[in-house]
Design a protein around this ligand. Structure first.
Ligand SMILES: Nc1nc2c(c(=O)[nH]1)N[C@H]1C(S)=C(S)[C@@H](COP(=O)(O)OP(=O)(O)OC[C@H]3O[C@@H](n4cnc5c(=O)[nH]c(N)nc54)[C@H](O)[C@@H]3O)O[C@H]1N2
Ligand SMILES: Nc1nc2c(c(=O)[nH]1)N[C@H]1C(S)=C(S)[C@@H](COP(=O)(O)OP(=O)(O)OC[C@H]3O[C@@H](n4cnc5c(=O)[nH]c(N)nc54)[C@H](O)[C@@H]3O)O[C@H]1N2
Ligand code: SF4
Ligand SMILES: [Mo]
Length: 715
């Protein structure tokens, strides 16, 4: 049998590890790490093989399908687009552009088709745009915008050169890093210690990352804001800040110093759940290290204090002189330099609100937690039609369990997805893109957040089927269908022709040529898409270099350490009671991720489902004994808004008083859609999270730190 090996990347998570895909006949025979990859150097995690599983999955849709009752039947592309155009235009002309809502999910960011996602969004002219960003990095973008003047300026953790890595609410040993592309994070963490550096993990659970660290600090869920305020108190009052860096880079020092004058470790210790001596030591060590970096992610981002915590994280890095220097927080110089233009991008903050008037738009979108209500609540301005693209919000977002009913109540719903999922099963029509192994591209986004500057090519492993469409082609056709008749009769075909000329690959090639390494700037030696295509494993573009001055978009060109509304909110948090606490609920629920799982959508790949049940509630032995529970018992986990049943998993890795349940589970009974996942469905933890609990600045869902109670299942 003929056998061939193709180099590309695994596009399942932000690490984008280089892989070598060996194909025998028309089957993926093997997927291995590419030792020549300039960023991942041969590392892959167990999920990489799922790229093959996805491609061959019999449940993956290969043609558009139309819903008939509770099942789906295949239809042709032209028939599908004609019907979609007709239905969407009807909704828009009767109720206006905002009657069509759109949700864009996480995998959209992992292909360059995302350019066309943005185009479709613009063509819709809707105020009701939602994305996975509001259940992910929104607080970090908000902070980047307020501190550095552009939302894309979320700093990268320079893990490969730091002397002290302090990880807060992230588990890169499993997740392989996020808003810092660091494939093989585990090895990089080990390297910090090998070269004499220190690694500290601050997390209510002794995670896989904590096991690699010098020290684990089991903070109370939601305690980080107090911990960081107390660290700042020590840095300021003990004169440990890097005054030169502060003077050169920052504004707001006096207000900041005044704010933290009262947040001593002794005062903050109880709320942080960390003793005062430990906090003092953490602050002193951060200042004393030649370079040090606080790296924070989902565990502190998806909290009601998400914005405040990330502001304090960046502030501590900045005042200790660790912003924009090797070993601290830095900004990459990617081949397409999106960060340089970030400051010109309007954020549309508060340009409109959700229907209840509670949430402001941020970067012209609304938080996804309001989606169900904005469809269901009666009124002329409700959402009547939806487009979802690469998202599964029924499982991934807290909606009080109402999104199923909401999606079912729509006049029309079209999904761009390769599976019938808990979400897309409500669609009238599902449009499946070709498989990731059938597309070629150069990813634009993740080099913006990579630990080393690079450019890498994704080769197509298989020819796409003759009648297959990539995501961008589907999205382009949707844009075309939105053009009003009769104009469309003339422009429809012409537009499709124009879009074909501007494929993401062509646009990327042009942007690279014009970018910081491109031929237009550097002449014949400059970077081209063809050169990237020809380098198996990509082109290394060197270590990150300081560039804050060039990128910063604040009015005075300085890092804003003390936005007045942040200061006011901190005062409230410090003086107020814990608003999360609910009488009768005695455990704090947080999330966790597993190495063989990726949000909601790898549970249909048999190789990812081996081993014991993973959708369990992790509980401290003391808490289990108190409730008379033994390992594996089925328990009911209840919050003020919902309840689910899962098995208990007892472990002293988790702080007493805290429980952890992974998200992305709660699959359907066998029927249409995912057959493998249906055999081990798990339960949907997002039914426990209150959609009303959000970060008040960015609107991001606060899915960490929900008060729950756990009891044995009766009988
Ligand atoms: N409780 C809790 N909830 C969470 C989180 C948490 O920590 N705790 N984490 C949140 C985070 S960080 C994220 S990013 C979100 C994710 O939230 P979502 O993006 O809404 O959900 P996913 O599970 O990633 O679903 C992705 C969907 O895209 C489809 N898909 C995959 N690849 C492609 C492709 O190339 N093209 C198209 N068209 N479709 C594709 C899959 O079939 C699947 O249906 O979940 C969030 N939800
Ligand atoms: N294997 C795998 N990898 C993934 C994904 C996946 O689903 N599976 N998803 C991908 C996506 S979309 C993303 S965004 C990234 C996310 O990447 P990470 O942020 O690294 O992912 P998590 O594992 O959710 O880590 C959050 C950590 O925060 C801790 N935590 C919870 N509450 C608190 C708190 O109050 N304070 C502190 N200090 N810690 C807290 C949790 O115990 C957990 O260890 O991972 C990506 N990589
Ligand atoms: S860490 Fe795993 S899932 Fe993420 S890109 Fe690498 S191989 Fe793929
Ligand atoms: Mo995410």
């Amino acid at each position: 049998m003929d056998s061939r090996t193709i180099a590309r990347q695994c596009t399942l998570c932000e690490a984008h590890c280089g892989i070598l895909v060996t194909v025998e006949g028309d089957q993926v025979a093997r997927i291995e790490g590419n030792p020549d990859d300039v960023l991942s150097q041969g590392y892959i995690c167990p999920k990489a093989t799922a790229m093959g599983g996805l491609h061959h999955d019999p449940d993956r849709l290969r043609t558009p399908v139309r819903r008939v009752g509770d099942s789906f039947e295949p239809i042709g592309w032209d028939e599908a687009f004609t019907e979609i155009g007709h239905r969407l235009r009807a909704v828009r002309s009767a109720h206006g552009p905002s009657a069509i809502g759109m949700y864009m999910g996480n995998p959209a960011a992992h292909s360059s088709s995302v350019i066309y996602g943005a185009l479709l969004r613009a063509a819709l002219l809707t105020r009701n745009f939602f994305s996975a960003s509001s259940i992910d990095q929104f607080p970090q973008e908000f902070v980047a915008w307020r501190m550095f003047g552009a939302n894309v300026l979320m700093p990268v953790t320079d893990i490969d050169r730091t002397d002290r890595l302090v990880v807060l609410g992230a588990n890169p040993a499993v997740s392989n890093g996020s808003i810092t592309t660091m494939p093989g994070a585990k090895l990089r963490i080990k390297e910090v210690r090998k070269r004499g550096g220190t690694v500290v993990v601050i997390d209510p659970r002794r995670t896989e990352t904590a096991r690699l660290a010098d020290e684990h600090v089991a903070v109370r869920p939601g305690g980080d804001v107090y911990l960081l305020l107390a660290m700042l108190h020590v840095l300021v009052t003990e004169g440990l800040c890097d005054e030169r860096a502060v003077r050169a880079q920052c504004a707001g020092w006096d207000q900041l110093a005044q704010l933290v004058a009262t947040t001593s470790p002794e005062r903050m210790a109880a709320d942080a759940g960390v003793d005062a001596d430990t906090i003092r030591r953490l602050a002193r060590d951060h200042a004393a290290a030649p370079s040090a970096v606080l790296y924070a992610r989902i565990g502190v981002c998806l909290q009601i204090t998400g914005t405040l915590t990330h502001w304090l994280v960046n502030t501590i890095n900045a005042v200790t002189g660790n912003l924009d220097r090797a070993g601290g927080q830095m900004f990459a110089t990617p081949p397409v330099d999106a960060a340089r233009f970030g400051k010109y991008l309007p954020m549309g903050y508060g340009a409109w609100t959700d229907r209840s008037g509670t949430h402001k738009s941020f970067r012209s979108e609304l938080p996804v937690t309001v989606l169900a209500e904005d469809i269901l609540a009666d009124g002329p301005d409700r959402i009547r039609a939806m487009i979802t693209y690469a998202g599964n919000p029924v499982l991934s977002t807290p909606q009080g369990g109402r999104l199923d009913a909401a999606l079912e109540s729509l006049d029309f719903y079209v999904a761009v997805d390769m599976y019938i999922t808990e979400t897309t099963r409500h669609a009238d029509i599902i449009l499946p893109p070709t498989s990731p192994l059938e597309r070629e591209e150069i990813n634009l986004l993740f080099p913006v957040f990579s630990v080393r500057n690079n450019a890498r090519f994704d080769a197509a492993v298989f020819e796409p089927p003759a009648d297959g469409l990539e995501d961008w082609q589907i999205l382009a056709r949707l844009v075309t269908e939105l053009v009003p008749l009769p104009a469309r009769r003339f422009t429809g075909r012409a537009l499709t022709g124009v879009f074909e000329l501007f494929s993401p690959m062509r646009l990327t090639a042009a942007a690279i040529a014009a970018g910081p390494y491109g031929v237009l700037r550097r002449g014949r030696k400059g970077l081209t898409a063809n050169r990237i295509r020809a380098s198996v494993g990509g082109v290394d573009l060197g270590p990150l270099a300081p560039r804050l001055r060039e990128l910063i978009g604040t009015k005075d060109g300085l890092v804003q350490l003390a936005p007045p509304d942040f200061l006011a909110a901190v005062r409230e948090v410090v003086d107020g009671a814990d608003t999360a606490m609910a009488p009768g609920y005695d455990l704090q629920l947080i999330g966790r991720r597993h190495l063989r799982s990726n949000n909601s959508w790898l549970h249909n790949i048999p190789s990812m489902m081996k081993g014991r049940d993973r959708c369990t509630v992790l509980m401290h032995p003391g808490d289990a004994t108190e409730r008379g529970l033994t390992d594996g018992d089925q328990v009911t986990v209840e919050s003020t808004v919902g309840s689910i049943v899962v098995p208990v998993e007892i472990s002293d890795d988790i702080r007493a008083g805290v429980v952890a349940i992974p998200h992305g589970w709660g699959h359907r009974e066998p029927g249409v859609g995912w057959t493998v996942a249906a055999a081990q469905p798990g339960a949907n933890v997002n039914l426990l999270h209150d959609p009303a609990r959000t970060d008040p600045f960015s609107g991001a869902a606060a899915v960490n730190n929900t008060w729950v109670r756990v009891s044995p299942v009766a009988g």
